[in-house]
Design a protein around this ligand. Sequence first.
Ligand SMILES: *[C@@H]1O[C@H](CO)[C@@H](O)[C@H](O)[C@H]1NC(C)=O
Length: 317
Amino acid sequence: MLCLALWLLPAAGLAASLPDPQMLLPEAVELSADRPAERFRTPYHIIKDCMTVSSEDGRYFHKAGGDEAAVCGVYLLTDPDRTVEVRFDRLDVPCAQGGLVSFVDGWEMNRQFFPSPSDHPKPLALRYHEFCGGDDRKLKKQVFESSQNAALVQYRIPARGKGFSFSVRFPKNSTPCNILLEGAADVYTLRNYGKRANCSLTSLYPAAVKVLSLDVGLANPERGLEVETGTLHKCRKRGLPDYVELGGSEGLDTSRLVVADSVCGLDSKPGSTLETILCEVTTVRLVSSGQFDNSVTVSLRQAGEEDVSEAALVCGY
Ligand SMILES: *[C@@H]1O[C@H](CO)[C@@H](O)[C@H](O)[C@H]1NC(C)=O
């Protein structure tokens, strides 16, 4: 935005002193020569902070102001039913001094990953794409797409004036499994689409989680009729293959989840289960063996100190 505003300003000044708009044309055409139509539509973002969280599409630019030794990141997050797509447009990152840029399928903070390696469809090593050097035709053609609504561009630019740029889009995802939430409290549904997979809904805040409807495990598809069992608790301990874990953790990795309850069954009565989880990170995790077509709908509300007497789980005390 800043970049766009800066180069529009002198043009606006010029327009005021030159009433004939035709006079501006040659310069305007030259400025937009590489992508005539897009140039005016694409939002621009200048990356300044070492840690940037953004939900905006468009082009991102970074140029090192000094010798930046630290590893920094642009944490991209979009709607639960979208993925993050990144293309690198420019690369001027010296390999020799340890410079690098990487696309990460998920978020990484303090060596913890979202989605947790135990919930992501790909092994961790395949979720990292690292590179350095100059503009490369092969790299420019590559499109990196995350498996969920969160992705990360990490970088270390050890030389002043060096940098990179990339473009971000958020394509639709018809089968969302892992979902990261940063802000708004709302209603979400987790499904396994009949597959053997673990899906999680993770919020970066303490939350009161209410189960609005539950259809997980138990049902015998051969009978063709599902029997309302109500909500069963401690399903994991009972040895049932499919269940929903409600819990919290101090970091992003849900494999370190402290579980307040695990539920399963068929229950369409909303509010059967309510758990207040006072941890930095709250997670609802659907574990599916592949034998059932599971779904669970929950509402999340941000919780605070005032909820401590109700809390099923309090982390870090
Ligand atoms: C899902 O999680 C369970 C328990 O945490 C684990 O045993 C199982 O292997 C996981 N399934 C997949 C597909 O990763």
